[in-house]
Design a protein around this ligand. Structure first.
Ligand code: XBP
Ligand code: MG
Length: 254
């Protein structure tokens, strides 16, 4: 295994728990704006998360959960317009500091950079959402910390296909075995493993029952010095929370 050079972060569910209280709320506000009586409650949204990408998720909802919906106009235009409205609501939520980064994220990003390693992002969410999350939690200057922010429709196929990670590797000019991915979901792990990148998982309430086959280790979160993380499955670590040294150890054993 080559030396670790860059850590690639997923966004939703990994950097921050954005789905239940962020994206889901924004979708529902967009539906209200459009005069639609659709309500994605927490339980239904957990089912809809099987599909990544907000536009793709609306289409999945219509096909599999609301197939009796009749629409006179072009359904593709409806989906595009709903998603644009949703993104506006989501960005507004982030700008109101509604969403915080998960435990250990700021600490670990700083440790990675201080160790002279790179950080990058590979996500299916819309680029504006990544910009808004980083600006609202780390400050605008933090956008320059990332060697690549690969997001949304920049690639033809969203996770689970490996397109977004393949694109990210190509942009940062590194091979898969020089990198390590932090993900939160089965779709994300399928994508990063599909790109042959060693992967570690920090799961969350929506993904706790996901299949993380192929990941080196699964943890409940990254931890902090005063908030130990727990190993859920996979390779054990010698520390109580994830540090850049732990990442290097796990990467070397991949
Ligand atoms: C999670 C997703 C995204 C968000 C919604 O992305 O699947 O689609 O749920 O964002 P990741 P958009 O875990 O890869 O960060 O509506 O902008 O798609
Ligand atoms: Mg995710």
């Amino acid at each position: 295994m080559k030396q670790l050079k860059t850590v690639i972060f997923d966004v939703d569910g990994t950097l921050a728990e954005t789905e239940r209280d962020g994206h889901r709320i924004a979708f529902n506000r967009a539906f209200i704006d459009a005069g639609l009586n659709w309500v994605w409650n927490e339980d239904l949204y957990g089912k809809l998360l099987a599909v990544t990408g907000g536009k793709e998720r609306i289409r999945y909802f219509l096909n599999d959960f609301h197939s009796d919906f009749k629409y006179v106009g072009n359904i593709n235009d409806l989906i595009t317009n709903l998603h644009a409205a949703k993104t506006k609501h989501y960005v507004a939520l982030l700008e109101s500091n509604a969403i915080a980064l998960r435990p250990g994220v700021v600490r670990l990003i700083n440790e990675i950079r201080q160790a002279g390693l790179g950080v990058a992002i590979a996500t299916t969410t819309t680029p504006e959402n990544v910009t808004a999350l980083i600006k609202s939690t780390l400050g605008e200057q933090a956008l320059d910390w990332f060697d690549c922010i690969a997001a949304g429709d920049i690639v033809p196929a969203k996770k689970p296909p490996s397109d977004i990670f393949d694109y990210c590797l190509q942009q940062i000019g590194l091979s898969a075995d020089e990198c390590l991915v932090l993900e939160d979901s089965a779709n994300g792990v399928l994508s990063s493993i599909g790109a042959n990148i060693p992967t570690i998982v920090t799961l969350n309430a929506y993904t706790q029952d996901d299949d993380f086959s192929g990941a080196i280790s699964v943890f409940n979160h990254l931890g902090e010095p005063d908030m130990p993380c727990s190993l859920i499955s996979g390779q054990a670590i010698s520390a109580n929370y994830i540090t850049v040294e732990v990442l290097k150890e796990l990467h070397a054993q991949a």
